[in-house]
Ligand binder design. Structure first.
Ligand code: MG
Length: 256
């Protein structure tokens, strides 16, 4: 009797487990004429070395080459002190990270950067900056053109966690692109229920394929997640090198 009960319980538990992992049923019939069609947008244009492209019409333009009105000093929130000239902004060494006025969670982010030319220094001391999603998770910016450093610290690494799949770096002075798709971590009752995920294209090449972050970025360690808000400002790193940025835009993503 006990044994039969156990088997039944086991079968029931397995069925329940299967149910919970099964795909949710599709809400719409195939080719359903009542299904809303996606909004129409203008996709913008791609950049060339000479001219920055135009952002998609539904993006928030964070930097259009003219001013730092969307940015503040990350520490203290005062005016961002980086240099703006000739259509780009440039890290003013020792003035600190800059952060967006607005906060973002899940997003598609486009960033263009150019490394100092001629390249000075080596390893991590050569054209170091970084794109910090939610101010916490760094996609490394570094001059990785013929510059050796540790794998999880080179350009387009999720710093300290994942090296890029390939080194797609261009030489100093040339404009390079990052297209980043980011999904924030989820927490429930103070516990992590879903880690953050990141996809990165460097100069159009897939280099991070939906990797699961172990937690926020740190130097020399991999600290665990701490529960926090769903959205936080995006930050750019001052690592003491005059890295340039242009044409930064973001599209917030909304889960269905
Ligand atoms: Mg960095």
């Amino acid at each position: 009797m006990t044994r039969t009960f156990s088997s039944l319980t086991a079968v029931l538990l397995i069925s329940l487990a299967q149910l919970s992992t099964a795909q949710a049923p599709m809400k719409w019939k195939i080719h359903d004429p009542n299904r809303p069609v996606p909004p129409v947008i203008d996709p913008g244009t791609s950049s060339t070395q000479e001219t920055p492209g135009r952002a998609p019409s539904d993006a928030v333009v964070l930097f259009d080459g003219k001013d730092l009105s969307h940015w503040v000093s990350a520490e203290g929130g005062g005016p961002a002190k980086w240099k703006v000239e000739n259509g780009y902004m440039e890290v003013a060494p020792k003035t600190g990270y800059i952060a967006t006025r607005d906060s973002f969670g899940d997003c598609q982010l486009h960033v263009e950067f150019a490394e100092p030319s001629p390249g000075v220094g080596e390893s991590q001391e050569r054209g170091n900056s970084g794109v910090f999603l939610m101010g916490l998770y760094e996609t490394q910016v570094l001059d990785s053109y013929q510059n050796k450093t540790y794998a999880d610290g080179q350009a387009a690494a999720e710093y300290g966690q994942y090296p890029p799949q390939v080194n797609a770096a261009r030489p100093p002075a040339q404009w390079q692109t990052y297209d980043i798709i980011f999904h924030r971590p989820h927490f429930k009752d103070g516990k992590l229920t879903r880690p953050a995920r990141v996809t990165v294209l460097h100069n159009g090449v897939l280099v991070q394929d939906n990797v699961e972050l172990t937690g926020p970025t740190a130097h020399g360690e991999r600290p665990p997640y701490k529960p926090g808000p769903d959205k936080l400002p995006l930050a750019l790193q001052d690592h003491g090198d005059p890295v340039r940025y242009r044409n930064i835009w973001i599209r917030e993503l909304h889960e269905e």
